[in-house]
Design a protein around this ligand. Structure first.
Ligand code: ADP
Ligand code: MG
Length: 143
């Protein structure tokens, strides 16, 4: 697979298809940072990804900080938006979550605390073009 991979999404169904593409890329132990403004579709993408493994009821972890879904696969779903300092993440065992080799970990707003991220991770940036279509760019970082 050659990175970056760029997808354009005109509607929710296009984003569902991006989630499907992600199932071909991601494996257990992977960390995926999701960057993009409020309403960009970070939670929506995780929701669609989870649905493909019959994990329903995925909600934004903004207030809980982390939600864990365990079924056909395990997903750790973080949101750093409301975190005020690193310590809050370390105190809830952030490092244990990201070293969990049985889970895929998604981190909304992950770049807000980039110093806590592992060297190896995927970064998905969601931006808008002039026609207000969403652009999902997937990058892989190795160090
Ligand atoms: N093409 C699209 N891709 C993703 N979400 C879309 C798209 N079009 C409309 N939406 C809507 O945009 C909203 C994105 O919200 P959400 O995923 O919670 O954003 P974020 O987590 O980035 O703040 C959802 O209500 C979703 O239904
Ligand atoms: Mg969100």
């Amino acid at each position: 697979m050659n990175f970056p991979i760029k997808f354009i999404s005109n509607n929710e169904n296009d984003t569902k298809n991006i989630a499907l593409e992600l199932t071909k890329i991601l494996t257990n132990g992977d960390i995926v940072v999701l960057d993009g403004d409020l309403g960009a579709g970070k939670t929506f993408l995780v929701k669609q990804f989870a649905k493909l493994f019959n994990l329903e009821n995925v909600n934004s972890p903004t207030f809980a900080i982390v939600n864990v879904y365990d079924g056909e696969i395990k997903i750790n779903h973080f949101d750093f938006y409301r975190i005020e300092e690193q310590r809050e993440l370390l105190d809830i065992g952030f490092n244990d979550y990201i070293s969990d080799q049985d889970a895929i970990t998604f981190i909304e707003w992950g770049s807000l605390y980039s110093e806590l991220l592992p060297n190896k991770c995927y970064i998905i940036s969601i931006t808008f073009d002039e026609e207000l279509n969403r652009i999902f760019e997937i990058n892989r970082r190795d160090k």
